[in-house]
Design a protein around this ligand. Sequence first.
Ligand code: KG4
Ligand code: ZN
Length: 381
Amino acid sequence: MKILAIETSCDETGIAIVETTDTGISVLSDVLLSQALKHAEYGGVYPTLAKREHSKNIGPLVEEALEKAGCASLTGAPAVCKETLDEICQLLEREPESFAYLTNLVAQYPKPNIDAIAVTRGPGLEPALWVGVNFAKALALAWDIPLIPVNHLEGHVATALATEENEHLTILQPTLPSLILLISGGHTELVLMKEWLSYERIGTTRDDAVGEAFDKAARLMGIPYPGGTEVSRRAAQAREENLEQPFTLPRPMLHDESCDFSFSGLKTAVRNLIESLGTLSETQKKQIARELEDAITETLTEKVRRAIDTYAIQSVVVGGGVSANSEIKRSLTQLTDECGISLHVATPRLATDNGLMIALAATLNPTPQKDISATGTLPLY
Ligand code: KG4
Ligand code: ZN
């Protein structure tokens, strides 16, 4: 079965095509266009810009993914009749750019060798999600194939569990009960998986997400959005250069018995510290970056440690863009080694948003649905 997957939940347009076989999942193509640089001047993702960019880029990216996967057939009868084209026109009336591209794609070329379309229906920025959902609906209609809705968070879980062997991907089932830590620009969640693919939230952030804490602190230090990777790079330099650690930031919510998090106080503490220091030297930026990364790492690790004890956890799965952070990974590896349980983390390339994660999640749960709507606050459970 060949699945074309579409991801547009935030500021990355990702398209991937996979083929599922008895031996595993083959990745036929995986294309990604990041808008991060365009959002940098706003200091964060600007929803209207995200929607416009997805709308402009989704068609060419789908075409590129089809070509790379060898699925585009350029000869034969066009895929759609006049009535279907009218229906597509209605679906995409609010997205003229993607509509123009799509009509060209389906009115000129025959149906490609694809069996289903998977699309992120949430959570994420709703205007951005709608671009992907409407485009996916239109393609499914034009090619008369099923549509599979995907939860973006399950995509992060799927990539964390994906392993590569003989050029095929397989999704490992972790030993249960498993603890899922989702850390991204929009989420900080602790989720209990007692049974395979059944989720129960046990903790969340009461304010900012952990990626947001990295990005906002980065901005205060004059590092453009998304600053997580840059903060982490400077923190690593502070460790390598053995710089003193003159600053102390809070380890939020450790006094609290729950599995919840709170990162807005940390951001305020960074702001106060920077205001008290005036213009920052490069050394001070590295020192603050290290202290921030240590505060976040210790907080996440301690909450995970408590959840492991409370729920007799047998494996830990870490997903989301922030799971690309090597210090957090090092600390969680140490913890899970001490506890004698396994740790599953996505490779850095697959940790941040991409189309392949949506294709992988679709293979876990390939239930088609006729009508899909985008839901910005869609939970995993
Ligand atoms: O999962 P993701 O790509 O998008 C959302 O679904 O939110 O996560 C993006 C977040 C950003 O906040 C980015 O700064 C953060 O992941 N991030 C990192 C690192 N790489 C990405 N944060 C800390 N260290 C990193 N190495
Ligand atoms: Zn994400």
